[in-house]
Design a protein around this ligand. Structure first.
Ligand SMILES: Cc1cc2nc3c(=O)[nH]c(=O)nc-3n(C[C@H](O)[C@H](O)[C@H](O)COP(=O)(O)O)c2cc1C
Length: 179
């Protein structure tokens, strides 16, 4: 596979994740750095992807720990893994926008609204999950947009694994790496 085709395929798969609920790249691991310098990890859903800009969007609660962390340190990593194709993609990203769009929140179905309206903030200790109260008139729905600065690709295959690295700095030309 040429370097150019690897990058085209990565972008195609990320676009596919937006349209197909079962696509392996729909859910990915988002890493940030916590205040004490240790890594923070969590699963999130890919909500928007712009192949030209190489920007990616997630939805979250404004009060979540990840938001706090990205406000301090804008750098993060995205880990995608396709279990059938044995493809791993790691994106090094920078948070570029943190958006409060009340109109987008209004368009969400009610069960989704619940994810951004709990009265106590996410991570608060509680007696039981059923007791949490929600106020749908006050939302904490936010979009975070990230810009990818580099991408590392690995495909496990026989007889040869394929590993490659692409970066904005290198105009996304790419290079193969020893797997
Ligand atoms: C399948 C799955 C999908 C998730 N999607 C999101 C998401 O899109 N956005 C989000 O903020 N949290 C999502 N979560 C919850 C996060 O993994 C995490 O628990 C939560 O956001 C709190 O993270 P934080 O305290 O590190 O900010 C998802 C969890 C799972 C299991």
């Amino acid at each position: 596979m040429t370097l150019e085709n690897i990058l085209i395929d990565c972008k195609k798969q990320l676009t596919g994740a937006l349209n197909h609920k079962k696509h392996p790249f729909r859910y990915f691991t988002l890493a940030s750095t916590s205040k004490d310098g240790t890594p923070s990890l969590r699963t999130v859903v890919l909500r928007e992807f712009c192949a030209d800009e190489f920007s990616l969007t997630i939805f979250t609660d404004a009060r979540s720990k990840k938001v706090e962390e990205f406000k301090i340190n804008k750098w993060g990593k995205f880990l995608f893994y396709d279990t059938s194709r044995l493809v791993q993609i790691i994106l090094h990203v920078k948070m570029i926008e943190f958006i409060d769009l009340n109109n987008d929140f209004k368009l969400l179905p009610k069960p989704s609204k619940k994810d951004y309206t709990s009265i106590p903030k996410p991570g608060t200790k509680i007696q039981s999950p059923e007791k949490v109260k929600y106020d749908y008139s006050k939302d904490y729905f936010r979009k975070i947009i990230f810009q990818a600065v580099n991408l590392e690709y690995l495909k496990l295959a026989r007889p040869t694994h394929i590993r490659a690295f692409f970066s904005y700095e290198d105009k996304w030309k790419g290079t193969y790496l020893v797997p």
